[in-house]
Design a protein around this ligand. Sequence first.
Ligand code: GLC
Ligand code: GLC
Length: 657
Amino acid sequence: MIDAQQIRHYAALSLERLWPRLETILHDEVSAAPADWRAFETRLRREWDRLFDLLFGLYGSHYDFFYHLEELLTATARSWLTRASWLKQLDERRSATPEWFQSQQMVGGMCYVDLFAGTIQGLRERLPLFKKLGLTYLHLMPLFESPEGNSDGGYAISSYRRINSELGTVADLSELAREFQEQGISLVLDFVFNHTSDEHEWARSAQAGDSEYQQFYFLFPDRTIPDRYEQTLREIFPTVRRGSFTWREDIQRWVWTTFNSFQWDLNYANPAVFRAMAEEMLFIANLGVEFLRLDAVAFIWKREGTSCENQPEAHQIIQAFHSLARIAAPALLFKSEAIVHPDDVMSYIGPHECQVSYNPLLMALLWESLATTEVKLLDHSMGHRFRLPAGTAWVNYLRSHDDIGWTFDDNDARWEWIDPVGHRSFLNQFYMGRFPGSFARGVPFQENPDTGDARVSGTLASLAGLEQAIQSGDEQQADLAVRRILMLYSIVLSIGGIPLIYLGDEVGTLNDYTYSTDPDKANDSRWIHRPQVNWTWHRQVEEDISTPHGQIFAELTRLIALRKQQPAIFDGEAEFVETGNGHLLGYVRHGGGQRLFVVASFSSQPQKMNADLLREYGTGYHFIDLITGQAFNTEHALQLEPYQCLWLEQETTTTIS
Ligand code: GLC
Ligand code: GLC
């Protein structure tokens, strides 16, 4: 066993040997930019012990470790030296205010470039809408080259250096990043690093028999090893293909494909894979990306006899990427996409791993509370799972381009006398509109015939009841649906972290059933919530508050603007408190000299909250609801309308008569 002190000794020795070699290899670039080189050296030396330790732990036993290390550092240095000067300035600004992304000013949006705007140029034309909404973060879903037809919505990448030519060029993308940065909008792109498409040049070389590239993936001549692994693997897309391996006739091999058969898992046990992907990551960073969304983080390391999810090495790999980013692209932040058990989600979050993470637990439990009208599981789970390490933040969302899976901890459920298995099945039935009285219009995603597991697809508005209400011409139901949507948004906008809007939801877009006629989409129900935007309609809605869609847009925009004025939402803590009413979720936020008490009702009936509790949490007698401007005092119980959410602030201007 090598101890920490010895590793540090190895690290120092390695750097002593490597540094002069780097200076020689990069001689011309270094003499052209001595100040940049010094900055690089400072950061490299700062990170070195950590980086070396991680890489040595992962790959130290490989005969060619030192070769890979040198190549990696050379590539990292080159990437820094070619980083655009506007990005280097951004690096400095961000390093000076590392907490910038925890600000209440932050509001995210996400979209597919093709479906939302056609092209990169089209996206530029949407800037006025992004400004109107107050977005400061824009996630463009994968726009890199990918196979024709089914490419899992772009999540099968054939080249990390070229974008889909119908959308524009890499230069257009980089230009957009700069323009949007000037407008205060940070670009977010995916780093789809668990797999490439089977058309990526590495996969093509592997198919052509190149053994070096065959070792980039997991290829097996027969079922012996796949069968052993499959005893403990979860199936991710069981309705598309059973198991996690795909037989390739052309090379007579089984290929590890966790997701679709054309998405080949990369073998990170091979240092060449780590190095190759690190170079792709730095290339993407230098396009002007500020947040890299680490796709499918849970799956990147395989170990026989385990689920091959959330393995310790997955964390080491991400931390090593992180460390390289600190050195060569300091402004870059990592966002984890781990849609797994809440404990595992948490394990990716930290100042040296992913600074931000999707919050699938809050997302799933908001829907859970909406179905049950009760907040007990939400309140209990958030009470001990919302807090994050310093310097990190949640990305809180209601919908994304993916399905909803009922992620919550089984013991949290049992604590509240809820049977987890039965409850998940109820939630599926409810959101698929199969439960009596359900307002939702979702559809099943990946129902597994063996385990009974399923997830749900559908847009925010269709899941919240708007589709059913409009179809049956029921205005009262439509009103309730709008209230549900706005109440959910009022929570993600006030709870802390970065609220993320799946664009289309800002106008209450309904399910689009036409995907089922497209053979490339028909067996993936997630396309029901990925429609092409109709801009004539969208523009009308933006101006017309007589429709539910227009009401959602107008009110959401107003809520966002309101959020931005509340210092209490900056970073910090949400303290979940007992409201004395099972339908009401309550939390207190304080900071920046402000104290906010938020209370949200998940009931379609009027509800009350005891005035004494209000006095306790609000620490005062007179309050103003920032959303409606309505005044409250603690002489009477707090009255909430159906699905109302109040942002209560103590009234400071009250004069006692
Ligand atoms: C992520 C994406 C999802 C995709 C999967 C495989 O989970 O969000 O859309 O299917 O990764 O890349
Ligand atoms: C699985 C993965 C998640 C992905 C989803 C796609 O649940 O854990 O990462 O988003 O599949 O549907």
